[in-house]
Design a binder for this molecule. Structure first.
Ligand code: URA
Ligand code: CA
Length: 433
């Protein structure tokens, strides 16, 4: 087989066979196929798309390019949750202890932030002492003991995806449905969960800017998951404005603690119930979504979920006193308010640009090697649909420098205030087929 023939085949809109896809992924992972040929193929896929069968063959080839984790020594149905990316997306921090507190094992493999999106690992690391590097055995032991643990992606998990993602990032081929679907699902399949709940985001703060594309991405991933023998479903959620009020690592830990106390932002709390109920049903701990929601609500109201968060922090070496004293985490040197210039209703908070503002403060990375500042970020006081008076604070900026003019300018440019109240939509649909 010759790579050039396969590039031409895809360029001309034909379908690649399983053997051809295996040849490509194995060859590229072994560094026998050079980046320039792979780049040409990625661009051909971007324009010509792939059939469902091609996408599942690509996903399985990528999953099989490295280690497939065996979680069978953890009792029960292991459920994973994965978001396609967002701004201020604090759900995992709440969901992991919440769902575990009703007896569902949560063996969560999470990532770091890049660009305007945040990463769950970075957020957990803002808790002093918290370790995300656990051996496989330590990870399994903790989940068996406490039902929940979170770790980083190990070096040999879907290495083909790691190589391809880096190449896509610099060749204009990130936002392609077959490439995103195979990238995410290869990692989920390799990470070993029995059931997968996908949060497919749509809007300015997501890869899929429109609902049609988000639906197709969701349907594609659900189909692949099922073909791979994993129960899979997707929630299509809105990411045109940031989720919740906090954007930034320590700030989101505080927001998660508030939410686990029943005092969190409405949209984040609802998102956790929607995704959490799906996880509980897939794990077989409740028959209906209503029953699952009731279980989760009881765990939250009784303080059981918050206790689980405390236990989770201790299991992973962290200082759990932050649960009672979250103010310990708020260590940024400067806090400043951003006053509204006019009165009216907030009609737009452009998620990706607000994510960039948080990144400029130091909460995120411009390149994979950048260090991040856990203390900094943004706390929104007005969300889309809320009324605001001129001079009232729209948000607080937490910074470690006084030079925040550029950030303030960017924020003003991306917050719209109008005369008409608008009603934001949180959930755009559920995909199970
Ligand atoms: N997240 C991933 O892991 N891969 C993509 O391609 C997009 C989002
Ligand atoms: Ca948030």
């Amino acid at each position: 087989m010759r790579m050039v023939d396969l590039i031409e085949k895809k360029r001309d809109g034909k379908t690649l066979t399983k053997d051809e896809i295996d040849f490509i992924i194995n060859g590229y992972t072994a560094k026998e196929i050079p980046d320039y040929q792979m780049s040409a193929l990625l661009m051909a896929i971007f324009y010509q798309d792939m059939t469902d069968e091609e996408i599942s063959n690509l996903t399985l080839a990528m999953a099989n390019s490295g280690e497939i984790i065996d979680l069978s020594s953890i009792e029960g149905v292991k459920v994973d949750k994965h978001s396609t990316g967002g701004v201020g997306d604090t759900t995992t921090l709440v969901l992991a202890p919440l769902v575990a507190s009703v007896g569902v094992p949560v063996a969560k493999m999470s990532g770091r932030g890049l660009g305007f999106t945040g990463g769950t690992l970075d957020k957990f690391e803002s808790i002093p002492g918290f370790r995300i590097e656990l051996s496989d055995q330590e990870f399994i032991d903790i989940v068996n003991k406490s039902k929940v643990a979170v770790i980083g992606q190990s070096g040999n998990l879907a290495p083909a995806d790691k190589l391809l993602y880096a190449l896509r990032d610099v060749t204009g081929t990130v936002d392609s449905i077959p490439l995103i679907a195979s990238s995410i699902m290869s990692k989920k399949i390799a990470a070993g969960a029995d059931a997968i709940v996908l949060d497919v985001t749509t809007g300015e703060g997501a890869f899929m800017k429109n609902l049609e594309d988000a639906k197709r991405l969701a349907q594609t991933m659900v189909r692949i998951g099922k073909l791979a023998g994993r129960q899979t479903m997707a929630v299509i959620s809105d990411m045109s404005e940031p989720l919740g009020e906090a954007i930034g690592n320590s700030l989101e830990i505080v927001e998660a603690i508030d939410t686990l106390k029943g005092e969190g932002p409405e949209d984040l709390t609802e998102m956790c119930y929607v995704l959490g109920s799906q996880m509980v049903v897939l794990a077989g701990k409740a028959e209906t979504l209503d029953d699952a929601r009731q279980l989760l609500k009881e765990a939250l109201d009784s303080g059981k979920a918050l206790e689980k968060f405390r236990e989770m922090i201790e299991d992973q070496g962290g200082d759990s006193s932050v649960v009672d004293h979250p103010e310990k985490l708020l260590t940024a040197r400067y806090e400043s308010e951003l006053p509204a210039k006019t009165s009216g209703y907030v009609t737009k908070l452009v998620a990706n640009e607000i994510g960039i503002a948080a990144m400029l403060l130091g909460a995120g990375r411009k390149t994979k090697e950048d260090a991040i500042d856990h203390a900094v970020g943004i706390k929104l006081h007005k969300k889309v649909g809320e009324k605001v008076e001129a001079g009232e604070s729209l948000l607080t900026i937490y910074a470690n420098t006084e030079e925040i003019q550029e950030v303030e300018k960017l924020l003003y440019e991306n917050i719209e205030i109008g005369d008409q109240a608008v009603e934001p939509t949180l959930i755009h649909g559920i995909v199970t087929e």
